[in-house]
Design a binder for this molecule. Structure first.
Ligand code: PMP
Length: 346
């Protein structure tokens, strides 16, 4: 029955990790997969996560199914975190939210909902370059994936001209994928002023923002800063939006698959209907999402003390990443054949 199946090459990032794990070399570094490591090169379990786990275990957690849409307190805590408490209160009745299989599952679920149950166009604009899985996720759902030049490799900066050209010519009702912060793979984000320009044009031209929020708080260590674009579009411009949030990186819960995907709509009936669609899609795909990681995340998000502990953990990770990058940059410069050693040290 499977004689026609093609042999598809392995995912490049995960194939590299498998090679890395198999490599017997004692000194090795995996620069492929984006997972945080501590000073000893080991995975880091955030102290806030350790404490949340302890509390979850103390509550003698059972292993019952979650509701189809996921852990209710988690589905509420995430849009509140992302939009800010006051704005969340304003729009909470207009939000359709669903727990997802981390960020990837959130992109897929929101994409499936848009594709099958919205009046948006099946054209989705994806930055070039981007996270490699974007094309696969949206192509699999049947979207027409189009790209726009996001990064100017010459000037090593955002290619704002190409970005604006795309926004000015895209068909109304097209979808635009926006990395909420920490653009993968360039690390280059629009400034606040550039986000405003992007948002204002998108609103005027009726383009639909689909935020991939995989690194909130992991970018600058500051959640207010990293949610700026989403808050500007939703709170200031009053736009409808899709947001897929992952807690893989910012809580180090990679393998637990903790995510939440939500739509901000313009009406409570619309939100209720949309949520019912998400629920049915979820039922058909995973029936109900995994409980453990969502319980940990919501224990953190629902407790002020644990939330501030988490923010400290975010700052720790960010400053170490920054320090590592600087050290790598300095070492590359110092070892560069092109730059005299003397100059590199100055
Ligand atoms: N979006 C982007 C831009 C990413 O870099 C990643 C992870 N590398 C994801 C989404 C999804 O990650 P996960 O499914 O593990 O949450």
């Amino acid at each position: 029955a499977f004689a026609t199946a093609l042999r598809i090459p392995k995912d490049a990032i995960f194939a590299l990790t498998a090679q890395y794990n198999a490599d017997p070399a004692s000194v090795k570094v995996n620069l492929g997969q984006g997972t945080y490591r501590d000073e000893a090169g080991q995975p880091w379990i955030l102290p806030s996560v350790v404490e949340a786990r302890r509390r979850v275990h103390c509550q003698k957690q059972n292993h019952e199914y979650l509701p189809i849409l996921g852990l209710p307190e988690f589905r509420k805590a995430v849009p509140k975190l992302v939009l800010g408490a006051r704005s969340f209160d304003r729009v909470s009745s207009q939000i359709a939210s669903c727990q997802s299989l981390s960020g990837t599952g959130g992109l897929h679920l929101a994409g499936a909902c848009i594709k099958r149950f919205s009046s948006l166009s099946p054209t989705i604009w994806i930055p070039e370059p981007t996270w490699s899985n974007h094309h696969l996720v949206f192509k699999t759902l049947g979207f027409q994936c189009r790209t726009f030049q996001y990064y100017d490799f010459e000037s090593k900066s955002l290619d704002m001209k190409s970005y604006i050209d795309m926004l000015m010519t895209a068909e109304p009702n097209s979808i635009v994928i926006l990395h909420a912060c920490a653009h993968n793979p360039t690390g280059c984000d629009p400034t606040k002023e550039q986000w405003q320009e992007i948002g204002n044009i998108m609103k005027r031209r009726q383009l639909f923002p689909f935020f991939d929020a995989a690194y909130l708080g992991f970018n600058s260590g500051d959640l207010d800063n990293d949610t700026y674009a989403i808050r500007y579009f939703v709170n200031e411009l009053d736009m409808e939006a899709a947001v897929s949030v992952s807690f893989a990186k910012n809580m180090g819960l990679y393998g637990e698959r903790v995510g939440c995907t939500f739509f901000v709509t313009h009406g409570s009936d619309v939100a209720g209907n949309t949520e019912s669609v998400l629920e049915q899609l979820q039922r058909s795909e995973v029936s109900n999402p995994p409980a453990y990681g969502a319980k940990i995340a919501s224990t953190i998000l629902d407790d002020e003390g644990l939330t501030s502990m988490w923010k400290k953990d975010l700052a720790t990770m960010c400053s170490r990443i920054e320090g590592m990058r600087q050290a790598l940059y300095d070492a590359l410069l110092a070892n560069s054949q092109l730059i005299p050693r003397q100059a590199a040290h100055n």
